[in-house]
Design a protein around this ligand. Structure first.
Ligand SMILES: [Zn+2]
Ligand SMILES: [Zn+2]
Length: 87
């Protein structure tokens, strides 16, 4: 009996097990259409963490930058509004 890793939680699972004993996911139903941008391994669309390299998925860098950008935009609009009151 060979072992493989669960595409959802990354823990070792029996090759013949249809359901992961760790996270309870049905391994046969998992859509492995996404590949990790960090290590390139195939991961489940529902996975939040890459089971191969442990990277957060989706990689949080982009969303963090977007939030900072939106906050800056709001701050800019706020300052503009304040300025227009005194001009
Ligand atoms: Zn699992
Ligand atoms: Zn990875």
């Amino acid at each position: 009996m060979s072992m493989t890793t669960c595409p959802e939680c990354g823990k070792p699972v029996s090759d013949h097990a249809k359901i992961c004993p760790h996270c309870g996911i049905n391994r046969l139903n998992i859509d492995l259409g996404t590949s990790c941008s960090e290590c390139g391994g195939s991961i489940s669309n529902n996975a939040r963490v890459c089971p191969h390299c442990g990277a957060n998925w989706p990689v949080p860098g982009d969303s963090k930058q977007l939030i900072i950008l939106i906050l800056l935009l709001f701050a800019f609009l706020f300052i503009l509004k304040l300025l227009s009151r005194y001009l």
